[in-house]
Design a protein around this ligand. Structure first.
Ligand code: FEO
Ligand code: CA
Ligand code: CA
Length: 633
């Protein structure tokens, strides 16, 4: 048995012990080992306690908001850095160069920038070893280049591409602490120039063919890798989000097609500015390159030689994450959100059953199946936490009128232009769907709808799960599939919470739902995870001005909720300018790994090293209890 097979068998044994309908995705079974890095960031008695609480599920003291350039945690918790942007992955590899003069070649073998979603993969028969696959979403030119501005050459574009994609790293536990293992044979970068195979119904389609690839089946690179998923057969899913921002046009007068416009590409490239220096990103010269991105990519972390695969059957849009579940008859279900104002929520159901005894038999499972999009009703209009019903509508060529008469010549075109197909099916335009997770306790599905200032305009009616006009705070939607069956075609939904600011805006319109109060308020929920006990962890990517609508909310943070009671406590506050995103628990639930993305996005931070005039660096941190107990208990 190869190491991969051993690993997968171990993972599958765990999964087999669960109800088949239970969640197998990004949060709950992401377990492996747990790791504490070298640099102790804080032993936080520093955060002030605001409530002790008596909740059975939530056992920690909720902390106050904060605006400092540190990690704030409840009393009795500590944090350390596992890995930071630019750290060399190989023995003797090039060190991080804070000057901004480091080469693209160096960045291609260093930990990527702006870490986001992550999953843990345990080694079989060795509780002290694990792999982590960690997305690297984008880069910040302010810190990437010495000149601090947009790329000026092809070499600088290559360096930016090298920052994105994902990193696979090994971690080991020694003396009770977990460390990144520099030089492990498993350490690997998949970045914006790595060869990637395309599979599924859209592979080889004319819309995916370019001058560089006449087959339409071999793409260079993955970038803008937001959140993630983990399959029950031991692979990692990395999700391509804001890919259109990377494209532009050297012909400012270029007329974009309706599909290109719908996906949001503009001539000016939203300041990423790769197209003047790399023709691959120039819509005037390589328009089909755009169609080769916006997919879910499957990676085998235990085989550094395995080529990643773009799974086109899951549809092309601005993917946030991929939450796996299983139907009653053993097929894989993947829940996915498209994070843009007014975009949709999808689910994919595989044609074939998961083979729990032979992981390799699942190698092409995500190439065959059916994609659906969600349609919600207007609900009961309850001003606090409304509820209602919904249904899944199939996106299959030749069904529901999805044919040439609506502009779709094939299933490949339905998938490449999934947004257009979903619109034709009158799917519900949502308030920016971010992460989706499935409860390990009752199978309910939770989705962050992060915010949407356009709600009420632009053909986006107020109502149903998108209950608030000019929604600056966001909400968390949940639904229960009919019969608690992930293969069902209908569901019941409610809003688990509606974020708001009850200090500034008394009343529910902008003050939030009844489980939001001045002590736990926040805005723009984004990352989500369940731990094994069923606590729901919520990360934020919001407005950190701490003023106006957002007064008293402080820096981005992480909260913890009891799904049954609706109680919410603040667990952690991040440093200045960061987003808190990416989350994995060790299998014993005694270490929590989270991502601190883009600290000091606009200056004002030197996290985590706090060197005089030092650069801030996105990092994965490990949080544990000083008494070694279970996180959150
Ligand atoms: Fe990369 Fe929608 O967050
Ligand atoms: Ca996000
Ligand atoms: Ca976000």
């Amino acid at each position: 048995m190869s190491l991969l097979e051993e690993h997968q068998a171990t993972d599958l044994e765990k999964i087999t012990g669960l109800s088949r309908r239970r969640f197998i995705g990004a949060g709950a079974l992401c377990g492996a080992a747990m790791f504490l890095g070298g640099n102790l960031l804080t032993r936080t008695a520093m955060a002030s306690a605001v409530s002790a609480g008596n909740g059975a599920l939530l056992g920690f003291t909720s902390i106050a908001t904060a605006t400092s350039d540190t990690i704030s945690l409840p009393p009795g918790y500590q944090a350390s850095v596992l890995i930071s942007w630019g750290q060399p992955l190989q023995a003797g590899g090039p060190a991080f160069d804070p000057s901004g003069n480091g080469s693209a070649e160096a960045q291609e073998v260093q930990f990527g920038d702006n870490n986001d979603g992550m999953s843990l993969f345990p080694f079989p028969n060795d509780a002290n070893r694990a792999l982590m696959a960690i997305n690297n979403e984008y880069t910040n030119y302010r810190y990437l280049y010495a000149h601090g501005g947009s790329p000026q050459s092809a070499e600088e574009v290559r360096k930016a591409l090298a920052c994105e994609g994902l990193s696979v790293i090994e971690i080991q536990r020694k003396s009770g602490h977990w460390h990144f293992v520099q030089g492990s044979q498993y350490n690997r970068r998949v970045h914006g120039n790595t060869p990637i195979r395309v599979s599924g119904p859209a592979a080889g389609d004319a819309l995916l063919k370019t001058a560089a690839d006449s087959t339409g089946q071999l793409v260079h690179g993955t970038f803008q890798n937001c959140a993630n998923g983990k399959t029950p057969w031991g692979t990692y899913l990395t999700c391509e989000e804001n890919f259109t921002d990377c494209f532009g046009s050297t012909d400012a007068a270029l007329a974009f097609t309706p599909a290109q416009k719908r996906y949001g590409v503009v001539a000016a490239s939203k300041e990423i500015n790769w197209h003047p220096h790399d023709p691959r990103f120039d819509m005037a010269r390589n328009p089909n390159e755009l169609n080769r991105h916006g997919w879910v990519v499957e990676v085998d972390p235990f085989d550094p030689t395995a080529m990643p695969v773009k799974r086109t059957a899951l549809g092309r849009f601005k993917h946030e994450n991929a939450a796996l579940a299983e139907t009653g008859d053993g097929r894989a279900v993947v829940y996915m959100g498209d994070d843009e104002r007014g975009e949709f929520i999808y689910k994919f159901i595989s044609r074939d059953r998961i083979d729990h005894h032979n992981p390799k038999a699942n190698r092409d499972l995500l190439d065959h199946g059916t994609l659906y999009v969600a349609r919600f009703d207007n609900g009961d209009g309850n001003p606090d936490r409304p509820k209602g019903h919904g249904q899944w509508v199939e996106l299959t060529h030749g069904k529901n009128g999805l044919d040439a008469s609506k502009g779709f010549a094939s299933q490949a075109e339905v998938l490449i232009h999934a947004r257009l197909a979903a619109t034709a099916m009158q799917a519900t335009r949502m308030d920016r769907p971010e992460w989706i997770v499935v409860s390990p306790k009752d199978g309910q599905v939770y989705c962050t709808l992060t915010n949407n200032i356009k709600r009420g305009d632009d053909g986006q009616p107020v109502g149903g799960p998108n209950s608030r006009e000019k929604n600056v705070y966001g909400q968390i939607l949940r639904w229960r599939e009919s019969g608690d069956e992930h293969g069902a075609m209908s569901f019941e939904w409610d809003l688990f919470l509606v974020a708001g600011n009850p200090s500034v805006h008394p009343g529910q319109a902008k003050g939030g739902s009844s489980n939001i109060n001045p002590q736990n308020m926040f805005n723009s929920p984004d990352g989500l995870a369940f731990d094994d006990a069923g606590r729901l962890w919520v990360q934020t990517d919001g407005d950190t001005s701490n003023a106006g609508d957002f007064a008293g909310m402080g820096n981005n943070q992480m909260l913890c909720a009891d799904p049954a009671s609706g109680e919410i406590r603040r667990f952690m506050v991040g440093p200045v300018g960061c987003e808190v995103t990416g989350v994995s628990f060790a299998p014993d639930q005694r270490t929590l790994f989270i991502g601190i993305q883009h600290p000091g996005e606009n200056g004002g931070s030197t996290f985590p090293e706090h060197l005089p005039n030092g650069k801030p660096r996105s990092s994965v941190i490990a949080i544990s209890r000083e008494d070694g107990g279970v996180i959150g208990a």
